[in-house]
Design a protein around this ligand. Structure first.
Ligand code: SF4
Length: 400
């Protein structure tokens, strides 16, 4: 008999499954809490469920953890897991501890089909979508593994520090969550895996699941406009958009999806999303590429762009993490600072992302895992020379 993976279900899905077993909805709620709030890995632990139900579940259902290929902890406390998702593919998940929060960066696909030029995942090409269970298994594993681990280590009087000399994590008590924020910014374009994404988001938000507020769950997209429109109706969480360029010709080059959904359309959708969003701004991510998108005229074009479209936003400038196949280099620190200053002086709140986990390749754009490239994107990209694009807007080709 094929075992049913209970991590694949949001609460409604689990209730429907329990109904098939002749069980009432409150049983599904109990089961859901055992899985997600208490991290049960075995039905025998679920002592308030009838033994007959536990026995039934043991023969037909499972909570399928992803096999861990490796785990690395950075000097700054960042933890990176490499998970095996079968058929030669691996995905990465990163935990980033800070004084007031613990953020988990979650993958949504094995590889990515978007092929952004500055992204090592994009250079590997796309293998497959993750299931809801595979997306949630990353959170389930990280939350309960770290909860167990840090409970053992948190012996200091200060609950936010540990006795191992590493940065503390928010662990004020046994019932406190380790992961307070989830960002769908790992491998993959989450909005190109919409069907699996939305139930996973619902489990993250569910009070019987991880109980995260919509402000603390962020979907990061390269700009899949139709799916942004659906998400604002179905499950409006915080939105981050990988912008990376202030005009269409340059963005066509850096983020190829822009040819399909150009900036005017993307910015109009961002504005519409804000009417539903839990935050009153969109976060624009902007990877700083030396001599490509980091000049004063680019900053001015960004200011004009967001003013024209009247989008309340914040900018997050991301120092590029170079990898050989990209042909790109990181903008100098002074250039990044000057760029940020221009935006801030124009009244746009702008921060520079701290690089975390550099020593374990866990920084943004370094999540490469090990993906079977079925699209041959890597070789296609290698054949194309990286051209420094002119930044003057040029007439656009008609949208395909
Ligand atoms: S930046 Fe995101 S959307 Fe672009 S290739 Fe990388 S994973 Fe895909």
């Amino acid at each position: 008999m094929t075992m049913t993976n209970l991590l694949d279900f949001d609460l409604d899905g689990l209730a429907a499954y329990c109904e098939q077993l002749g069980e009432k909805r409150f049983r599904a709620t109990q089961l859901f809490r055992w899985i997600h709030q208490r991290g049960a890995r075995d039905f025998s632990q679920m002592t308030d469920l009838a033994k007959s139900l536990r026995d039934k579940l043991a023969t037909r259902a499972t909570m399928a953890a992803l096999p861990v290929i490796s785990e690395h902890t950075s000097a700054d406390g960042t933890v990176k897991w490499l998970f095996d998702v079968g058929d030669g593919n691996a995905i990465e998940t990163v935990f980033i501890p800070e004084d007031d929060r613990g953020t988990l960066c979650v993958s949504s696909q094995a590889g990515c089909a978007v092929g952004c030029r500055f992204c090592s995942t994009g250079h590997q090409g796309f293998s497959r979508n993750l299931s809801t269970g595979e997306i949630l298994a990353q959170l389930w594993w990280a939350e309960h593994t770290l909860r167990e681990r840090f409970r053992l280590q948190a012996v200091s009087a200060d609950p936010r520090s540990t006795d191992n000399g590493k940065p503390g994590i928010p662990l004020a008590g046994a019932a406190e969550r380790v992961i307070t924020n989830v960002v769908m910014m790992g491998m993959g374009e989450p909005l190109q895996n919409y069907r699996a994404l939305v139930p996973a988001l619902k489990v993250m938000l569910d009070d019987h699941g991880y109980g995260l507020s919509r402000r603390r769950v962020t979907v990061s997209t390269s700009g899949v406009v139709p799916m942004m429109e659906r998400l604002m109706q179905d499950c409006p969480v915080a939105m981050a958009v990988s912008l990376h360029a202030p005009n269409d010709p340059l963005r066509d080059h850096l983020v190829p999806l822009n040819k399909k959904y150009p900036l005017a359309e993307l910015l109009a959708t961002c504005k519409a999303y804000l009417a539903h969003a839990p935050r009153d701004f969109i976060t624009f991510e902007y990877c700083m590429l030396d001599g490509v998108n980091d000049q004063p005229e680019h900053a001015q074009q960004l200011i004009d762009l967001v003013r024209t479209h009247d989008v309340r936003c914040k900018f997050n400038l991301i120092p590029f993490n170079p990898f050989p196949a990209s042909g790109l280099t990181r903008s100098p620190h002074a250039v990044v600072q000057a760029f940020g200053r221009r935006l801030n002086e124009a009244g746009i709140v702008t921060t520079v992302r701290k690089t975390r986990g550099d020593d374990i390749d866990a920084a943004c754009g370094q999540l490469a895992g090990d993906v079977k490239d079925r699209t041959r994107a890597a070789s296609r990209m290698a054949e194309r020379r990286v051209v420094m694009m002119q930044t003057e807007p040029a007439p656009r080709a008609a949208r395909p």
